[in-house]
Design a protein around this ligand. Structure first.
Ligand SMILES: C[S@@+](CC[C@H](N)C(=O)[O-])C[C@H]1O[C@@H](n2cnc3c(N)ncnc32)[C@H](O)[C@@H]1O
Length: 330
């Protein structure tokens, strides 16, 4: 049912916008799906059920610990589920390696960000709610700098730039200076303390009374987000993943993307809008010279968000935004 972290069982991540994803992907019996961020396998489980009796799901994840859980959880589906270690940036070659070079998918799902297990279990260093090494790599074997490497070796200017750009943090320069002063910073608690010392506890407007009350967002949230995005090069990876999804989809197939912050959502929105546009010439040209051919049509022009009931049952779903597009015929 769940694995053990420090002796306590870690429950499965609750799949976000599940009904909406299944409906929007148009899951049908015997369909072929790529769950490019399989995590604990919550969405994949429903994709397999809804595509019975012969539908198949390829489940990709960068985190080998997630794949073990998904594989165990979905074992009853036998060969209908294939767990694949790797990055969704390489989904075309990963999927072709399993299903053959001609393989196309009826649906691709990208559920971005981190699973609740990756927040709750030890070993990732994503969360300031527990003191542990400042790692933040999805794959502990990956030969890439950890968050600790970044905070302890990058210049103050470089740190300020990533905290501002990847965290959308207005106080990036102050925080970067504090990190450099506080070096060495090796743990999540140390980093959270360094950030809180210079930003203090933020206050937000009380929505009902208009008064001030402590904001529920921890002051280090944006800095942690910035470092995670930087460590895993998440925005470039997402661009490559979206490109791969379009390449893999069969005509009429759909890509569904759930994002959890505005940087991701803006990237997805712009990618889909460009792929759906008839012309991408700069404005003002008298005739079209770009030769652009749309590859997608937008399925939902407005983002789909979780309803109040889902947010109440799973508060971590509150920032989720779903966008869906359909592959056009070539
Ligand atoms: C929000 S969780 C997915 C949860 C999943 N939908 C479920 O129902 O259990 C996001 C997952 O994406 C994985 N991930 C992050 N970056 C990735 C990448 N570049 N390639 C593949 N998986 C990635 C994370 O390890 C995590 O398991």
């Amino acid at each position: 049912m769940a694995d053990q972290a420090e002796g306590a069982p870690v429950p499965f991540h609750l799949p976000v916008l599940l009904t909406e994803v299944l409906g929007q992907l148009g899951v049908r019996p015997d369909g072929v799906f790529v769950d490019a961020t399989v995590g604990d396998g919550g969405h994949a489980l429903s994709l397999l059920r809804e595509s019975s009796p012969r539908g198949s799901v390829c489940g990709i994840d960068l985190d080998p610990r997630s794949l073990v859980r998904a594989e165990q959880r979905l074992a009853d589906f036998g060969a209908r589920f294939t767990p694949v270690p790797g990055s969704y940036a390489e989904m075309v070659s990963l999927v072709h390696g399993i299903w053959g070079a001609e393989a196309r998918a009826d649906g691709v799902l990208l559920d971005l960000g981190i699973s609740s297990r990756q927040v709750d279990a030890t070993g990732f260093g994503f969360s300031f709610q527990r003191d542990e090494p400042l790692d933040m790599r999805f794959n502990p074997e990956a030969d890439i700098p950890t968050a600790a490497d970044i905070v302890n070796t990058w210049s103050e200017t470089q740190l300020a730039a990533v905290i501002r750009e990847n965290g959308e943090e207005p106080r990036a320069r102050t925080i970067a200076a504090a990190i450099v002063r506080g070096r060495p910073v090796h743990t999540t608690a140390q980093l959270a303390r360094v950030v809180t010392e210079v930003t203090g506890r933020r206050t937000g407007r009380n929505q009902r009374g208009g008064g001030r009350r402590p904001n529920r967002t921890h002051p280090a949230t944006r800095t942690f987000q910035a470092l995670r995005i930087t460590v895993n090069d998440e925005l470039n990876t997402l661009s490559a993943g979206l490109e791969g999804a379009v390449e893999l989809l069969a005509p009429g197939g759909r890509v569904a993307v759930i994002s959890y912050h505005s940087l991701e959502d803006r990237l997805v929105k712009n990618f889909m809008a460009r792929e759906a546009a008839q012309c991408i010439c700069p404005p003002g040209l008298p005739v079209c010279v770009c030769g652009h051919r749309p590859r997608l049509s937008l399925v939902n022009r407005r983002i789909i968000r979780p309803g109040a009931e889902e947010v109440a049952a799973n508060p971590r779903s509150r920032s989720a935004r779903l966008r869906v597009a359909q592959r056009l015929a070539e």
